[in-house]
Structures are given as C-alpha cells and as structure tokens.
Write a protein that binds this ligand. Structure first.
Ligand code: ADP
Length: 654
C-alpha cells in the first residue's frame, strides 16, 4: 500500500471478464498504468488479497459470496467496482449500500472503463490520504494529551523519584522508542549521571545491555547534547556508541531550565529499524523543557529544605528560649528551650499566643508592640523562679521575635550585693552615729580655736555626706529586695505640695522661681505616700542643685489615659546625650568641668526603683545649657505593689 501514486495501479479482476482485462492491459492513458491480476472466484480473490493487496477490485455481481466479500473489504482502502451485465436500479442501490464505489456494466467502451477506474482510484487515494491525516492528527492529539498529563504530574510533585519515571515513560510513548533515560549533570558540570532508565517492554528490557551510569561530558555523544545545547539525532542504520552499545537510532535532547542545562533526556532503538522524526524531536524537546523546569523546581525546593533544616537545627540547639509570632500574634515558631521553660507542648505552634500563654509579663511585653526594627525588653520571672531578660523585636516580613536571656544568676548576685550593702551600711552607721555625737560634743567640752572649729565643721560635713550615702544605699537595697511598700490611696496634690514646701527654702536660697501647675482635681493614686514624696523631693532637689542661681523650676501634673504624668522641669545645665541613658543607674554621676554639686549618684536610681514599684515609668529629656525635664508616669488604678519586675520602658531615660 506504500506505492507512490505514479506507480502502476494493482487491479484484481474477480470473475470472467476477458474484455476488461484486455482493455486494462493495453491502456496507457495519462498517468494510469495497470498491473492486472485475474481470479475466477471470490475465495481465490480473498486468498490473493493478503498476498498482493490491490488498489482496485473489479468483481462480477453474478459471483456467489459477493455480499460477504464486499462486506469484508469494506473497511479497507480498496476501490470496489461492480462488473457484469446490466442490473436493475434496485440491485444497484443494494450494491452501493454494500460498499460498491462504481459500476462497469456491459457493454462498455474502453474510454468509459478507464474513466471509471480513474475516478475510483482518485476517490480511494483521497480517502486514504484523509485517513492518514486523521491518524496523524489523532496521534498528535494523544501526544499533546500525554504532555499535558505529564505536565500536571510534574507540577504536583516535589520529589525527583516521583517526577523522573513519568518523564521517561512519556518520552518512550511519544517517540515509540524502545528505551528512554534521564541523565543529570553533577555540580561540576563535567559528568552526567544516569538517574533513570526504562524499557518499553520486557523484550527490549531483557536484551538491554548494562549501561555505564556515569559519562563524561567532554568526550561523549551524550555530552555533546550538553555542550552544544541542541538535540542529537542518529539513525536509521547501525551505530556504535562511545559506550560500546549498538543502536539503530537515538535521540538526545538537552534539559534546559532558565537558560541553564541540567542534563539530557534520551530515547533509543536497538532492535526496531525506526528513525526518529522531526515531530519526535519537537515533542521530546517540549517534554524536556517541562522536565527541566520540574527538576529545577525540585532542586530549589531541596536546597531550601536543606537551609531550613540547618536553621531549624540551629534554632533548636540555642540554649536561650526563642519564640516567633506573626503580626497577628500567632505563635509560628518556638525552640525546644522555649517549650521547656514555658511548659508548652509542640502542638501549640500555630495557635494565638494569648491563648497558650497567660503570664502577665509576657502579655505586657507583647502589648508594647515594637515597630519594625525596634526592640523592647522586659524582665520576666517564670513560675520555675528563673528570671529572664526577654527582648521582643519586630522583623519585617516575619513578625515578632522574642529571645529570652537567663539572668537568674545576675539577679542572685544583685540580691547578695544588696544584702551585703545593707549589712555593711547598718554596721557602719552605728559607730558613725557615735563619732558624730562626739564631734558635736567637742565645742561643749572646751573652747575651740578657729582652726579647730574649721576642722570640726569639715568633719561634720563629710560625715553628713557619708550618712546620706548610707541612707541612700539602705533605701535602695530595701527597695530592690522587694521590701513591702505601705500602699494606700493617696492624694498626689498633697504629696507634691509637701515636697514643694520642703524644697522651697533651697530654691529661694538660689533665687529660683518656682512655677506650679498642679490641678486640684487630680485623681488619687494607690501608693506609698512617703516613698512618692521621696521621688519628687529627689527630682526637685536635683533641679535646684543643677540649675545656676536665678533659674526657673516648674512642677506640672496632669492626667492622661489612666496615668498621672508629673513633670519636673528646670532651666539648668542639662545632661549631655551620652550621659542621658545612664543617669538612672546606681552611682552614675555626670562629670562636668568645674562641677561643685555634691551627690552620691544614687538619687535617680532610688527614684526609678520607687516609680517602678508603683507600676509606673520615669524618663528624662534634656538639652545641654537649656535645662532638663523629668517625667514620672503613675497609674491611677490600683496596682500590685510587690511585683518585683515592672515593665521597663524605652531606655528608662531618653
Ligand atoms: P546625684 O546625687 O549625683 O545628684 P542622681 O542620681 O540624683 O545623683 O543624679 C545622677 C546624675 O544626673 C547627676 O550626677 C547629675 O549630673 C545628673 N542630673 C540629675 N538631675 C539633673 C538635672 N535636673 N539637671 C542636670 N543634671 C541632672
């Protein structure tokens, strides 16, 4: 059936038609030439059909078995012409229904015969062409649907073991090859490793030679697909590959993703004599493109997984508890240490933080919601008595990251130190009182000369400073050790006025103007009035002390959002920005040239400690040469006075 259209047309005449046979044998009309075979009966015709498949069958309608014969050849691309004497119209219709294409009924003219046969041949050939086209279209459709299905499988999986088999199977199916394989480049791009090899069926697979699993890119045919970036096609014929294997035909296409070659997809035939077509190259290249993108995706995923694994291991290995919340406060990550210290099971990951942690210190830290890049800190004492310095940082695109540093031993050291200071101060104070008593008695037991008088005064002043220092130290250690405050509902208006009364003589002594802006209807606060007075006395006395004569000292109070804000402002020397963050630390004193003001560096530490014990905050703002403002924020509603660690605020200073 593969004869070309210019070849002679093979005609099978069934029945006794010498005239027809004669006409065809001698006919030489145009391109039509005939190779005529004649058989007398239908069984003989059927026997010949396989052997010499004809393009045209001329069959006499009078032969027995005609209907069955027409029926059998109906589906074959054979022109069917009915011969014999004239027929009735009904018979003609019946035979057409049985598949007859045309009729040559005696008597016939040779031209008529040729015209009829020419017509039938054209018809049959046209049909055959259409059938071939339909078959090709059908095949292409199948190939496209295979590609589509493979595409779907590839996008659904992130594992190389899952995506390679469908790639190779599709390659074999699309090209009808015997074998297919995928080779991937190693990191150096010098060697290709066989990642999968498949055979179409058992016959070819049992005959498959043992392939090498590593092939050098530099000097192999397979490597050429990598080096050139183009498909390699061999065949038909017999070819010996550089691996020693004999093939009839092969096709290698490079696997390329984002301009980078990852490996080679190959198909080959070792037994069947079949070359790969242009369409095979086209489809295999398409499949290769899909495959390459999928392989690249898998590799990226694997790399990300590996990185993630490393980070996880680091995070889990960190001794400090680490928690990560998203911006909606969902707990998205926590390490082993965090789980252990907070006593949380792993399954709480993914739940709202507030639904799994109820410790007030955590909640107040979260409530402070730092902005991106900012960190807020808070001391948190857990029920297991460990104290942590927790820092909460807002990280763009992630959420809030909380890292907790165990400061229990520092707290313990601090406690021991306070205890020590307290004991020493106590023990020193008693003999000091004795010395002080005797020094003050000195003038009474006999007249002192002016020099002696001067020395006694110096001793008294020095002793005054030591006593003050000791008192402050004792105060501080009491406050820090959680010594109970006597809390009561107290009026800040009264406390502030009392403090002003005490300070006024000192302020007047330096010709300062005192400005008071204290509304009489300030709400009351829950606090220890003696301690609160100490706070404002310290701040006011600093304002007087660090303001040159003739300055202005303003005491302002107002209520705002559940807090009372009290501000002590002065027009004094100010505090340099580099000192500002430290002024609330114990013993910190600002060093200024020509500074004469005496002090212990403990006043502001005491202020801070008292304010925090009241659930409040204190900070300072200052400009050198212009003055300073200290702000104390105290909550109006009752608070638990003896929570040892209260929220610390923004540097407690600046
Ligand atoms: P001191 O006993 O030295 O006054 P404080 O703890 O009260 O200790 O203050 C710490 C430091 O802060 C002081 O040495 C002082 O330099 C600075 N300071 C405090 N208040 C003021 C103020 N109103 N103006 C300028 N500096 C101040």
């Amino acid at each position: 059936m593969n004869r070309r259209e210019t070849d002679s047309i093979r005609v099978l005449i069934v029945g006794d038609s010498p005239v027809l046979a004669q006409t065809l044998a001698t006919a030489e009309s145009g391109s039509l030439r005939f190779e005529v075979h004649t058989v007398p009966s239908i069984p003989e015709a059927e026997a010949l059909l396989e052997l010499l498949p004809p393009e045209l069958v001329l069959v006499d309608w009078r032969l027995s078995g005609l209907e069955g014969f027409l029926e059998r050849i109906r589906s074959q691309p054979i022109g069917r012409v009915i011969t014999g004497p004239l027929l009735s119209a009904t018979e003609v219709v019946r035979l057409v229904r049985l598949g007859a294409h045309d009729f040559l009924l005696a008597p016939h003219h040779p031209d008529e015969v040729l015209e009829c046969l020419g017509r039938t041949v054209t018809l049959v050939r046209e049909r055959r062409r259409m059938a071939g086209m339909a078959e090709r279209l059908q095949r292409q459709l199948q190939q496209l649907s295979v590609l589509y299905e493979v595409g779907q499988t590839l996008t659904a999986s992130l594992r190389l073991e899952e995506i390679l088999p469908p790639i190779v199977e599709a390659a074999i199916y699309l090209t009808r090859a015997e074998e297919g394989s995928v080779w991937l480049l190693d990191e150096t791009s010098e060697v290709l490793h066989l990642r999968i090899h498949r055979s179409r069926d058992a016959k070819t697979s049992s005959a498959a030679p043992i392939y090498p699993t590593t092939i050098s890119v530099a000097d192999s045919l397979l490597g050429r697909a990598v080096r050139t970036g183009r498909p390699i096609r061999l065949g038909p014929g017999t070819h010996k590959l550089d691996t020693g294997i004999l093939v009839r035909s092969l096709l290698y296409v490079p696997l390329r993703a984002h301009g980078r070659i990852l490996g080679v997809l190959g198909v080959l035939n070792r037994l069947q004599e079949m070359a790969f077509s242009e369409s095979d190259v086209h489809f295999l290249t398409m499949l290769g493109d899909y495959a390459a993108v999928a392989i690249e995706k898998v590799r990226l995923f694997e790399a990300i997984q590996a990185e993630k694994g490393k980070l996880e291991a680091i995070l889990q290995g960190i001794e400090e508890p680490v928690l990560v919340l998203d911006f909606q406060e969902t707990l998205i990550l926590m390490n082993r240490s965090a789980r252990q210290h907070l006593g949380l099971p792993p399954q709480v990951q993914g739940q709202p933080f507030r639904s799994v942690v109820s410790h007030p210190d955590f909640l107040s830290l979260i409530d402070r919601k730092p902005s991106i890049g900012q960190t807020v800190r808070q001391e948190i004492t857990l029920p297991n008595r460990l104290t942590f310095q927790a820092s909460l940082t807002a990280v763009e695109g992630v959420g809030y990251v909380m890292v907790m540093q165990d400061i229990t031993y520092l707290k313990e050291l601090d406690r021991i130190k306070s205890e020590f200071v307290s004991i020493v101060s106590h023990d020193v104070r008693t003999p000091l009182t004795t010395i002080r008593g005797y020094v003050s008695l000195l003038p009474r037991v006999g007249p002192l000369n002016p020099r002696q008088q001067e020395f006694v005064e110096k001793v008294e002043r020095a002793m005054q400073t030591i006593v003050e220092l000791l008192n402050n130290l004792l105060d501080l250690s009491r406050l820090e050790s959680g010594y109970a405050l006597s809390m009561e509902t107290c009026s800040l208006v009264e406390i502030l006025n009392d403090a002003v009364q005490i300070i006024r003589p000192q302020a007047e002594g330096k010709q300062h103007t005192m400005v008071l802006e204290i509304p009489t209807d300030l709400p009351s606060v829950q606090g220890d009035p003696r301690r609160l007075e100490q706070v404002f006395l310290n701040l006011l006395s600093n304002a007087v002390k660090y303001t040159p004569p003739g300055g202005r000292i303003t005491l302002r109070a107002r209520e705002q959002e559940g807090y009372i804000a009290v501000q002590v402002s002065d027009t004094g020397v100010g505090i340099p920005p580099s000192d500002l963050p430290h002024i609330f630390s114990k013993f910190y004193r600002v060093r200024r040239e020509g500074e004469t003001a005496e002090g212990t560096g403990l006043g502001l530490a005491i202020v801070k400690s008292i304010v925090e014990r009241h659930g409040g905050r204190v900070w300072a703002e200052s400009e050198v040469g212009k003055g300073s403002t200290f702000t104390v924020l105290l909550p109006c509603r009752p608070i638990h006075s003896d929570i040892p660690s209260m929220p610390r605020v923004r540097g407690d200073s600046a």
